[in-house]
Design a protein around this ligand. Structure first.
Ligand code: ATP
Length: 462
């Protein structure tokens, strides 16, 4: 067994983990782009990456996130004499590229030297993905483990930066290929051929996911905003996402590209709880309960219902963007036992604390009955009621039966037990899609990344 306590086997090479977060705003920038710039700079300084750059999605229910609550980490071995330069260059690039004048941009950068990442920092990362944490907790760990942290404005990004270092993706993970636009094109429509994306999606099924939305035939790999991302392709391994890219017709210049290893599409944010009374705002959960209120539509075309276990009740909501998923929800009935997956919205003036549904599993459906008039014993026609307490009369032969009663009949259910997930366009970055069930990775033994970043439009040989 090799000693991995503080340095690599090579003399004077230091393992360095760099975490960055909260550099962008809705009006400009993207932290993944800064990570791509920094990757190039570190390679120029002679650093070797011992993992792909990591794109870590944190708790998607954090109200102060900009978009997808992403944080980034870069893990390299670097010569002792280049270490200070790497730290200085990181700070210079983050300062230059961040939208510092925006009131809600609070960049944080953390440097941790050594291997492996301490368990406490890994645990902190897990909590940052599943819960709400305080900056003071991050600062305490940074001090305890002699890491270095830098912040601009309030420096809140230090939380995400440390979490990105702490999530070492040793279990399930995926990859994302991202191509960035040249500055002159940012803000203009993205020139990516939709038809080629739809074709690639068919060919790369099982190896890539969420390229398109099947209901709307909409391309999902191109974002809409003014950020520098041209497209992002998500998949199971680095080769698959690059092959998928090579199948797409891109009609504009690419400034640079990179492949990230990520926790996207792994359900890493969802934590199974024992009882509904444990549910707290902003903590994504998996909870089990039985319906105690029929689903009903509210203004905005959202569907709401209530579940209960022996500890408490909670409202659940399938919002309008979940599309056809709401049709499944509307078929649920009182007594059905279900497992719900989703983020938790705090109570507001109009609503109680609510689970914002990301998926459901129907565990068991109740037998639903309805009372119907029986058949006539004389002619077999259908009886009808003659008014309250006045018995029934046959519509066909007029036979009257004073003591006849309606009979309970089973209503066929239009849904069956199993897992239901909204369409890809409504997924969170962390939501595990259907196609990833059964192919989750259980153990990551480190891979040295190869051919994982570059300048200009790439030409991969497949
Ligand atoms: P983008 O996806 O566009 O890069 P973003 O959605 O990641 O942006 P940020 O601008 O990074 O959003 O803002 C999120 C902020 O919330 C960061 O400062 C981060 O440190 C902090 N944060 C993230 N997760 C948590 C958490 N679980 N608890 C407390 N703070 C958190």
């Amino acid at each position: 067994m090799t000693n991995q306590t503080s340095t690599t086997n090579e003399p004077n090479r230091i393992p360095l983990h760099i975490g960055i977060d909260d550099t962008d705003s809705t009006r400009q920038g993207c932290t993944t782009y800064i990570a791509a710039l920094l990757t190039q700079k570190l390679i120029q300084l002679g650093a070797d990456f011992f993992d792909y750059p990591n794109l870590i999605r944190l708790n998607p229910n954090i109200p102060w996130k900009t978009r997808g609550n992403a944080a980034l980490s870069l893990r390299v071995n670097i010569n002792q004499n280049a270490l200070r330069k790497a730290i200085e260059e990181t700070l210079r690039i983050v300062e230059r590229e961040s939208d510092l004048s925006h009131p809600r941009t609070d960049p944080g950068i953390v440097f941790y030297q050594g291997k492996p990442v301490p368990q406490d920092i890994k645990t902190f990362a897990r909590r940052t993905i599943q819960d709400v944490v305080k900056k003071s907790e991050a600062l305490k760990l940074i001090k305890h483990y002699s890491a270095e942290a830098y912040g601009f404005n309030s420096g809140r990004g230090i939380i995400g930066a440390l979490a990105a270092i702490g999530e070492t993706l040793e279990g399930d993970h995926t990859y994302e290929f991202i191509a960035y636009r040249i500055p002159a094109n940012i803000g203009s429509p993205r020139r990516v051929d939709d038809k080629s994306v739809l074709q690639m999606d068919v060919k790369m099924k099982g190896q890539t996911y969420n390229n398109t939305d099947p209901d709307k035939k909409r391309v999902l790999i191109t974002p809409r905003g003014k950020d520098p991302v041209l497209l992002g392709i998500r998949g199971e391994d680095p080769q698959a996402v690059k092959i998928a890219y090579s199948m797409i017709k891109v009609n504009e210049k690419i400034e640079r590209w990179i492949v990230f290893r990520t926790n996207q599409a792994t359900d890493a944010h969802l934590r199974k709880i024992e009882s509904i009374k444990e549910i707290r705002p902003y903590r994504p959960v998996i909870a089990v309960g039985s319906l105690v209120q029929e689903p009903h539509m509210i203004p905005g075309r959202h569907v709401i219902f209530t579940i209960q276990d022996n500890t408490a009740k909670i409202d659940c909501a399938a919002y309008e963007p979940t599309g056809k998923f709401r049709n499944i929800i509307r078929q649920l009935s009182i007594g059905d036992q279900i497992e719900v997956y989703g983020g938790v919205r705090p109570p507001s003036i109009r609503n109680l604390i609510t689970i914002n549904l990301e998926k459901i599993k129907i565990i068991s459906l109740t037998t639903k009955t309805t009372l119907i008039n029986p058949h006539c014993r004389v002619c077999g026609g259908r009886m009808e009621s003659m008014g309250k307490g006045q018995g029934l009369r046959c519509k066909k032969c007029n036979n009257r039966e004073d003591n006849a009663k309606k009979t309970a009949t089973q209503v066929p259910r239009k849904i069956s037990e199993g897992l239901y997930i909204p369409p890809p366009r409504a997924h969170r970055h962390l939501t595990k899609p259907f196609c990833r069930y059964g192919i989750e990775k259980t153990l990551h033994t480190s891979t040295i990344p190869r051919d994982f970043e570059g300048l200009g439009n790439p030409h991969f040989t497949t």
